[in-house]
Design a protein around this ligand. Sequence first.
Ligand code: 6PG
Length: 258
Amino acid sequence: MKSPRLVLCESPETLAVEVAAFVVRCAREAVEQRGRFTLVLSGGTTPEKLHLALAEPARRDSIAWSETYVFFGDERFVPPDDPRSNFGMAQRTLLSHVPTPASHVFPISTDGPTAAAAADRYAAQLARFFPQEAAGGRPPCFDLILLGLGDDGHTASLFPGTPALQVEDAWATWSRPGWLPPPVDRITLTYPVLNAARHVAFLVTGNRKAVALRDVLENGAGRDLRPAAGVRPSEGTLAWFVDWQAAELLSHKEPSRA
Ligand code: 6PG
């Protein structure tokens, strides 16, 4: 695994701009080299500023949205019009502002009977998009996976001490909620998929994340306690975009450019 990069940003606003520039670079690289850009969006609230930055005309027009394919790292088991829906948030803050064809957006469908069924359905959808990987028994290689960090160190919907952390034979699984809201079942990508990505970028802001971030980056916390620690791309790059508040407990703060 390549050593992670820590990108320190003054504020959530400058972090959004830094990450947006990184997304543009990853998109350009992917389209130039492979003719398409596969992007996995994170849920939660932190990505909202990033989405709005990407939707700004100058950046929006720097991405080949007709060659971009949008997926989700996790989803709450709620309808898409529920205010807690990660797809709904992405739709409001990004997808309704950029010219990505609807056929290029792959929401995690939550209209089935259970989160477990939704996870199976999502995994099948991914297998149809990545048929060679599915046939070869290897995880898909997304060009860029964006992730957040929960106060408890979770990422996507991989919560501390849950069975989803152990899933190695499926691309998506389901989880009971962690102790953080919202208290609804989840669907999440699994570690094999997260760790097969070409690029992984965490977006972390606010001092509520400071303890979990220090545990992951400096205290060698295990993934059962701090699931974000389990994101260690085997060949891809890993960047932590953090603002000063989230970084306040870190002892090593050599900032690097994105
Ligand atoms: C979700 C996210 C989750 C999120 C973290 C951080 O569905 O909630 O995927 O992993 O990234 O909980 O959330 P905030 O950005 O709201 O702090």
